[in-house]
Design a protein around this ligand. Structure first.
Ligand SMILES: Cc1ncc(COP(=O)(O)O)c(C=O)c1O
Length: 474
């Protein structure tokens, strides 16, 4: 086989459409993970082909490897916080690859650049954020945190007259970062990448669950006496879907002149339903807020959003040094490569715009509420089962629980039993959910963010835990 040939294109599109259709048709019924997944993945290898095998054979090999994939787009995947993909988002994402647009510069794609602008406007409206905020689409929540915290870093240094993006972090005073125990590793990773320093983060919690200690935070801010500080609020923590008290944290940040950042990777979606909106009260007061598209918006990887109160910070941080062949940073039409970390970038706006256009505010509220209902359904099943113990309230979409046979003692043996169940559930593969440590105990934390999940799917979580628990406890 030689070079790519235009005659392959239609065949490839037909092949991919047919295979994708069959895959999606069977997705809801197949186990999440085939027991041979590792073995199937290991079949791929060999040295770099001198002569390729051509497009269709290559795609056939890829499809033959699907048993090595984990079917996380389907309705039975509750591990991590991985969303599914709405039909409109899927179609638009395919078309993003087909048209291969690069909205780094408006001139290279007015369409994708304009749709990013619209996506940002619609998302602010959806989440109840001030229309005046700036925003940008990123690869996910970690890069959204990076964008937001880069703006925070610039703002902190500017207060003492330093342009940190020009002079570098060594020229700027250190920044203290204060959060509760819910602070996600993603925020800490972003702070490390930014040179703020991972060790500059103080997690102030008042209990083993990680609930924020506001008294300690107030004292720490007082002690800082106006020195540069960032307060991080968590809107949706990963073990039980709890929220930091955002309004109180906003008050503390405001009083002490700190930057207030909110990580709402999935929890920001609480604002879509009147049932959960109270959880995100105060979000509109943040200096920066982030969320993920590939979680509860149900658009494909990779997709996240960063919003910043002072829009001018985005081009100030990411505008770069410029070059004669590139557009001007100050052009009125957005060159998105100047508002986020990447210069060239994918048309992430296609699936975001498409799913919001196709289903609107009501459709996305319905997705959130459907998943809220499923979380309550699972919580009810757990409460009714004599050998399952729920460990936390279910304010949103994460259900934290463990296997606990009647009469069993809290302690290392029970933790060990639950650890074994968690490991076995992954290889079992009928349904997928993760383990964690919650309040010092090994627990499960299924997180429901897929529009396709059904009652029978969440029920399977409880059934598999009970089945494995009974087996290991025999
Ligand atoms: C609260 C929170 N922040 C950040 C992240 C990181 O998101 P991503 O994997 O999209 O970078 C996650 C992922 O689960 C999360 O739950």
């Amino acid at each position: 086989m030689g070079r790519p040939d235009p005659s392959e294109l239609q065949k490839v599109v037909d092949f991919a459409a047919r295979e994708a259709g069959e895959y999606l048709e069977t997705l809801a019924d197949r186990p999440v993970r085939d027991p041979r997944a590792d073995e199937v993945a290991a079949r791929f290898g060999g040295s770099l082909p001198e002569q390729g095998v051509g497009a269709i054979q290559t795609l056939e090999e890829l499809v033959a490897g699907f048993d090595g994939a984990v079917h996380s787009a389907g309705p039975k995947f509750f591990h991590f916080v991985d969303g599914g993909v709405t039909p409109a988002a899927l179609g638009a994402d395919w078309l993003a690859s087909t048209t291969d647009q690069n909205p780094g510069a408006w001139v290279s794609t007015p369409l994708a650049a304009r749709l990013e602008q619209i996506s940002i406007e619609w998302l602010k409206d959806l989440f109840g954020l001030p229309a005046s905020m700036g925003g940008v689409l990123t690869t996910g929540a970690t890069m959204a945190n990076f964008v937001a915290l880069a703006c925070a870093r610039r703002w902190c240094a500017a207060r003492v007259g330093i342009d940190v993006d020009e002079a570098g972090v060594a020229a700027a005073p250190p920044i203290t970062v204060l959060g509760g125990g819910y602070t996600h590793p993603s925020d800490i990773k972003a702070l490390g990448m930014l040179g703020v320093g991972r060790a500059r983060v103080q997690k102030l919690s008042r209990d083993a669950v990680g609930r924020v200690d506001l008294v300690a935070m107030e004292a720490a801010l007082h002690e800082l006496d106006g020195a540069p500080a960032i307060v991080i609020g968590s809107a949706g923590e990963v073990n039980a879907g709890d929220f930091d008290p955002l309004n109180e944290m906003a008050d503390l940040a405001e009083r002490s002149g700190a930057w207030f950042h909110i990580d709402g990777a999935f929890g920001l979606f609480a604002g879509l339903s009147p049932r959960t909106k109270h959880l995100v009260e105060g979000v509109e007061r943040a200096d920066s807020v982030i969320a993920d598209g590939h979680k509860w918006l149900n658009v494909p990887y990779e997709n996240g959003f960063a919003f910043v109160r002072d829009q001018a910070l985005l081009p100030a941080v990411f505008g770069g040094a410029g070059a004669a062949y590139l557009p001007d940073v100050d052009e009125p039409q957005p060159n998105w490569g100047y508002r986020g970390p990447e210069m060239s970038r994918r048309a992430r706006s296609f699936p975001v715009w498409a799913t919001l256009r196709a289903y609107g505010r009501e459709g996305h509220q319905a997705i959130v509420e459907h998943d809220l209902d499923l979380a309550q359904h699972l919580a009810g099943m757990i409460d009714a089962a004599p050998d399952l113990e729920r460990l936390a309230e279910v304010p949103l979409n994460v259900v934290c629980f463990r296997y606990r046979p009647p009469g069993s003692e809290d302690g290392p043996e029970l933790d060990d039993l639950n650890r074994r169940i968690g490991e076995a559930a992954i290889t079992d593969g009928r349904v997928f959910f993760g383990s964690t440590i919650y309040d010092g105990r090994v627990a499960f934390r299924p997180a429901i963010v897929n529009w396709r999940a059904r009652e029978q799917d969440v029920a399977l979580v409880a059934e598999v835990v009970r089945e494995l628990g009974t087996r290991f406890n025999a």
